[in-house]
Design a protein around this ligand. Structure first.
Ligand SMILES: O=C(O)c1ccccc1NCC(=O)[C@H](O)[C@H](O)COP(=O)(O)O
Length: 261
């Protein structure tokens, strides 16, 4: 079993437990459920920088990254930096995140928020809405085409943007459908943890123009972004590069200043 299989097996158990604790109706009745969302896809299309900055305490590939900062301070710093959106990891077991992180980020900032999660069930989309997300991630490596279709169509009914993540051509070809807003290429192989932005460059020509292109993981320099922009990428998801510093918000401020100069 690789790490992704383990995460998904645990996620199935976790989601069943969560469903038994918080019924759907309670999620639908929550204050944020009917909030008008902000589109990350639109923010990326209207930006010259396209940064999506992530809150990530730890990860299977890097163990501890930053357990000290508060998610509120990080959200305020990222918004001050002028990022297009913030990705909030909500998985507890492998990333040290939670839905509380999402709601605290929502309370601190108005930018689009991505619920970064291993989504396998519609219930998680209702949670995303109830805890203040604007965008959800679907990972092609763990979903069939039919699952991607039903989850993305349900997300659109909830007015959530959909970022579909792929790592190779096979995943991309099985996933293309109109209910997706953004196509993300993860430069990290989630089974081996190898990282290379060449993956984004190679797949870019296969992504139809109707989707906003996002390059994810292993991005830590202005040069890498300028290079990926040549391949028509509009969004750049950056986690560790900011989170490994003492003040991720300040790091994002400096990074965006350098990117714009
Ligand atoms: O980051 C990991 O180790 C990881 C392992 C298994 C599944 C997912 C994983 N990461 C999720 C992400 O895609 C990244 O957090 C995100 O793209 C940011 O990457 P980075 O800038 O390299 O922190």
């Amino acid at each position: 079993m690789n790490i992704l299989d383990k995460i998904v097996a645990d996620k199935h158990k976790e989601v069943e437990l969560r469903k038994s604790i918080i019924p759907v109706q309670q999620l639908e009745n929550s204050v944020l459920f009917n909030r008008q969302g902000n589109s990350l896809a639109e923010a990326l299309l209207n930006s010259d920088t396209g940064i999506i900055a992530e809150h990530k305490r730890r990860s299977p590939s890097k163990a501890v990254i930053n357990q000290k900062v508060s998610v509120q301070d990080v959200a305020i710093g990222y918004e001050t930096a002028g990022v297009c959106g913030m990705s909030v990891l909500t998985d507890g077991k492998y990333f040290g995140g939670s839905l509380d992180d999402l709601i605290l980020a929502r309370a601190s900032a108005s930018m689009p928020l991505l619920r970064k999660e291993f989504i396998i069930d519609e219930y998680q989309l209702l949670e995303a809405k109830a805890y203040g997300a604007d965008v959800i991630l679907l990972i092609a490596a763990v979903l069939s085409r039919d699952e991607i279709k039903s989850l993305s169509e349900f997300a659109k009914k909830l007015s959530l943007d959909v970022l579909l993540e792929v790592h190779n051509l096979e995943e991309l070809e099985k996933s293309i459908m109109p209910s997706l807003d953004m196509l993300g290429v993860n430069n990290r192989n989630l089974k081996t943890f190898e990282v290379s932005t060449d993956v984004s460059k190679e797949l870019s020509k296969h992504i139809p123009d109707d989707f906003v292109k996002v390059s994810e993981s292993g991005i830590s320099s202005i040069e890498a972004i300028k290079d990926l922009q040549q391949y028509d990428y509009k969004g750049f998801l950056i986690g560790e590069n900011f989170m490994k510093t003492e003040n991720p918000g300040q790091s994002a401020i400096e990074f965006l200043k350098a990117l714009q100069s």
